[in-house]
Design a protein. Sequence first.
Length: 344
Amino acid sequence: MQSIRTTLPEELAAILVDELGEKKFRTAQILRWVFIERVESWDEMTNISKALRTKLAERFELSPLPIPEQHLAKDGTNKIAFKLEDESVVESVLIPTEDRLTLCVSSQVGCKFNCAFCRTATLGFHRSLTADEIIEQVLVAQKAAGERHISNLVFMGMGEPLDNYDNLIRALKILLAPECFDYSRRKITLSSVGHVPGLKALAQEGLGINLAISLHAASDELRSQIMPANRIWGLDELFAVLRQFPLDQRQRITFEYIIIKGLNHSPHDANLLVKRLHGIPSKVNLIGFNAFEGCKFQSPSPEEMIEFQERLLSKGLSTTIRLSRGDDELAACGQLGHAGKKEY
Ligand code: SF4
């Protein structure tokens, strides 16, 4: 049965009018119950007649939201994990700051791209999430956040979002729809390993959300060593797509660059990065690698991070050092994955 949580407003309106013989205005009423009130049963929709609730229950699924396990880190980061029907575990992370509450959303259980510095990669790939499971993460996290509205969404959790394209796009459309979550496209960021076919399709989709690319090295040689995806889509091919990617006037592509001690932060690396990004509206986020058990890489010192940042700044690249939050709960970027245990 089709889930009401992944039915687009125009689809629901058509079903109400053409199949169920109802008025179109019911669409907004029903979707408000689903996404704003976050009800978990049809009976809670008190301004909808019993007859229509019965018809809806026969046509759409509205299941109770999963009950999450929460791990609150000392810095306020809240890692939320819950079991899916097939016993896989999906994780998302709530990251509060003074002026925003960001949810880091997962798109797959595990990941097939096997980046050498990534905790999720140690789990292997299990499966892509359904659109419903992507939306559920937002609903469950909003419930956990209570009164505070989740202001920003980043698709930077487990998995490569563009490797789960159709489900991702459906979920994004629900998140952006004014009748559903009504997120501004400026508040949603999708992070990709550089999945070229997915990026080309996303450019055509015209959703206008923000784009971040996990770059981490500016030469094919080094990037292919630490990110096997680069052997499929090399830097020239990737940057040809990025140069064509539709951005509006103030929009910039974010380039995530995890600094790994002694590996990718030499003056030569900085020069290559500057050359690669030349002419692209961009900003660079430098992230110190977070060491985890079983990984051969080491974290850089603060001085090494600052030195690399200064080299980029001196060449005119907008560059920030991002504090990776939640390290004590293994919830920092590239570190999701249930403490390295294979759970499935
Ligand atoms: S960094 Fe991203 S793309 Fe690479 S293995 Fe981890 S989750 Fe997958």
